[in-house]
Design a protein around this ligand. Structure first.
Ligand code: ADP
Ligand code: MG
Length: 258
């Protein structure tokens, strides 16, 4: 059985931009013929394929635009290593409602305890829900803002950042800013406050945020704005990598021939 291609079909599909339909109509038509599938079902199946491909493409683009330094998932997170962390709360956040509700997440904990991993995994989950996400570090963001300000395009930069539904702000507290940088970062938080969501990772307890913002009043204002609508999660214990390396070492020893 051969299917005669309608002369105008390829051009029409191109005009209205249905590449997946163009690629699959013939194969599915043959199958429909074999299975005696009703025309309406054939049409629905073909369009569902187009819709699914488009969604996949959008998610791929959103994931690229997010500029994750590496891809990490919640499936790849070993919750057993963080027994005090509320797993259900994190799985719940991964549904993305916190972004739609303009709420924030703060991940506090020591080095290597999985804060960045969790932030990326939450970001990726939000990309899969078709939310616009941007990963950056506090240092990188501050540099961007300092540069933009110097070039007289600070407000444009802030507008551009405020277009993301969710900004992941990694490593707040590792680098002390100067006064100018601290003020710009403060300006950013004020700008996104109640309009967009932030996921902040930090090694500093709130009591020490004045070291980042170089000023107790600004720190208090930031804490007030971010934490006011936030889920605060603490990661603790030893560095996961160190622990894994130590365990790996032990395991290797055990299998060594004596
Ligand atoms: P932090 O940002 O808190 O310093 P990271 O998230 O960068 O720590 O974690 C360091 C490394 O250890 C990363 O490769 C991360 O994937 C891994 N890691 C940390 N905690 C876990 C965990 N509970 N399960 C799986 N991998 C983890
Ligand atoms: Mg980190």
């Amino acid at each position: 059985m051969r299917i005669e291609e309608p002369p105008q079909l390829a051009a029409d599909l191109k005009t209205i931009k249905l590449p997946t339909v163009a690629a699959h109509w013939e194969r599915l038509a043959l199958e429909a013929h074999k299975r005696r599938q009703p025309h309406a079902d054939y049409l629905a199946e073909l369009l569902a394929l187009e819709v699914a491909q488009r969604r996949e493409g959008r998610i791929r683009r959103l994931t690229q635009d997010a500029r994750f330094p590496v891809l990490k998932t919640l499936d790849g997170f070993d919750f057993a290593a963080q027994p005090t962390l509320d797993r259900d709360a994190i799985l719940d956040l991964a549904r993305g409602d916190f972004v739609r509700e303009r709420r924030n997440v703060v991940l506090v904990g020591g080095v290597g305890t999985g804060k960045t991993h969790l932030a990326i995994a939450l970001g990726l989950a939000c990309c899969q829900r078709e939310l616009r996400v941007r990963f950056t570090s506090a240092a990188e963001l501050t540099n961007l803002l300092v540069e933009a300000k110097a070039e007289g395009r600070l407000s444009r930069k802030l507008e551009q950042l405020a277009r993301y539904d969710l900004v992941l702000l990694d490593e707040l507290g590792y680098v002390p800013f100067d006064r100018h940088g601290a003020d710009l970062l403060f300006g950013f938080v004020t700008k996104v406050y109640e309009r967009r969501s932030l996921v902040v990772t930090t090694n500093l307890p709130f009591a020490r945020w004045s070291e980042v913002f170089l000023d107790a009043t600004a720190a208090a204002a930031v804490i007030d704005r971010i934490v006011h609508h936030a889920t605060v999660l603490k990661t603790d214990g030893d560095s996961y990598r160190l622990k894994a390396a130590r365990q790996g070492g032990r395991k290797r020893k055990e299998v060594e021939p004596t």
